[in-house]
Design a protein around this ligand. Structure first.
Ligand code: SF4
Length: 419
């Protein structure tokens, strides 16, 4: 038997389960909530112990309502379907605007094998659609499995229908953090393109059903929504384009792609992006002077890593290491254009080792992983960004990121905590 090649943790390959120990990943149920949480006109309920309800309530720091059947040992032994039926009836009564419900299966309901699909059919017969999201925490080794399951459920809602009269798109894999969808919509409106719906940051049960009104799907996060874009193409013939609105280069490239799809004159787009870029560069130059040459370590889910690395390079920073929490090989390949140190699922201790070894000037990471770098005295910008320091899409977003980096780097507190 040939020996496995040694791979240092700072180059961990992606797609592998976590080793037992200090894991940083969330469960499949959380991944499903991450995608479905913001969908309006729905009742959302987790069939599981009360802790799953607590864990799944905050999605990207926003408290979207989530009911729970609060299963106990008694229901584990005798079954909890009565609890679920009662909870669903109450939830529908409390939310008369709901067009349907998502019922998440957690580890407990998944293990005891509850016939939730059978119960869902009974509700459906009464005109109350209930979709089961079979996402027990153990069904995937990271939240990425939950993203895929959630988008499969949403695909099941889509119906064929007539196309809109005016040029119309859907945004797929856009989660509207700190109002980013608003910025993208205004860029597209400037081009004469209407956004039908934003999956899933700004959408509803009814809008998902009529997704096929759009002429084109714009895929913003391949890590979470690529399978949906491909399924919509094969099932409904909806074309899709990969786009990004993070940073001026990506914005110009994406607007050109969209204009060319709709047959708009390229000159008009060029004139507009030039004007916006000129305006941006004038304000940006003082920030760039402060940021140029600064070394940054990135540790985030997966989808934002590539766009952030590109924006940071455009601002003059050097990316010295990248860690994903649930990366795909495709994401890692793209990131190797910025640094050789691309790792998946580093533990907190491994992160500490990297911090002490590389001594980056600034760390960009998520709310969960921010504490170790902060305690070690590294200037840290955490994600999702809050409303007071976002959005990061569009020209104004690029400026916001530069401003926030300067703010965090120049905060006096680091002088007292420095590594
Ligand atoms: S791992 Fe299982 S029990 Fe824990 S929050 Fe996720 S679904 Fe619930």
């Amino acid at each position: 038997m040939s020996a496995q090649p040694f791979v240092p943790f700072w180059q961990n390959p992606c797609g592998l389960p976590s080793r037992p120990g200090l894991g940083q990943r969330a469960c499949a149920f959380f991944g499903a909530r991450y995608v479905l949480g913001p969908v309006k006109e729905t009742v959302q309920l987790v069939h599981g112990p009360v802790g799953c309800g607590y864990y799944g309530r905050l999605v990207r720091m926003v408290p979207y309502p989530l009911y729970t059947t609060a299963l106990t040992e008694k229901e584990v032994v005798f079954g909890g379907l009565d609890h679920l039926a009662q909870a669903l009836r109450e939830a529908f009564a409390l939310n008369p605007e709901a067009r349907g419900a998502f019922v998440y299966l957690s580890c407990v309901s998944g293990l005891i094998g509850e016939d939730v699909a059978g119960l869902a059919r009974l509700f459906e017969e009464k005109g109350l659609p209930v979709k089961t999201v079979a996402c027990p925490g153990f069904s995937s080794f990271s939240q990425a499995g939950g993203h895929a399951l959630a988008y499969e459920v949403l695909l099941g809602l889509v119906k064929p229908g007539p196309l809109a009269e005016e040029p119309t798109v859907n945004l797929l894999g856009e989660y509207n953090v700190a109002g980013e969808a608003r910025v993208i919509k205004s860029l597209l409106e400037g081009l004469g393109v209407k956004v039908h719906t934003v999956l899933t940051g700004e959408t509803s049960w009814s809008e998902i059903k009529t997704l096929t009104r759009a002429h084109l799907n714009l895929l913003l996060c391949g890590s979470t929504a690529e399978a949906l874009a491909k399924d919509l193409k094969s099932r409904f013939g909806m074309p899709f384009e990969r786009v990004s609105f993070y940073g001026p280069t990506a914005i110009a490239r994406s607007l050109k792609k969209i204009a060319s799809f709709f047959g708009f004159p390229g000159k008009k787009v060029l004139a507009r992006t030039r004007k916006d870029e000129d305006k941006l560069q004038k304000t940006l130059s003082s920030y760039k002077d402060l940021l140029s040459g600064r070394r940054v370590l990135l540790l985030l889910g997966a989808g934002k890593l590539g766009p952030l690395a590109r924006m940071l390079r455009e601002l003059g920073l050097e990316v010295v290491a990248v860690g994903s929490i649930f990366g795909r090989e495709e994401d890692h390949q793209k990131l190797r254009a910025y640094t050789e140190l691309v790792s998946d699922n580093p533990t907190e201790d491994e992160l500490e080792y990297l911090l002490k070894f590389l001594k980056p000037d600034v760390v960009l990471t998520n709310a969960r992983d921010q504490w170790r770098p902060i305690k070690l005295g590294f200037p840290t910008l955490s994600f999702p960004q809050t409303v007071d320091r976002g959005p990061y899409t569009g020209y104004e977003g690029f400026l916001n990121l530069a401003r926030d980096l300067v703010k965090v780097l120049s905060a006096p507190v680091w002088r007292f905590l420095g590594p």
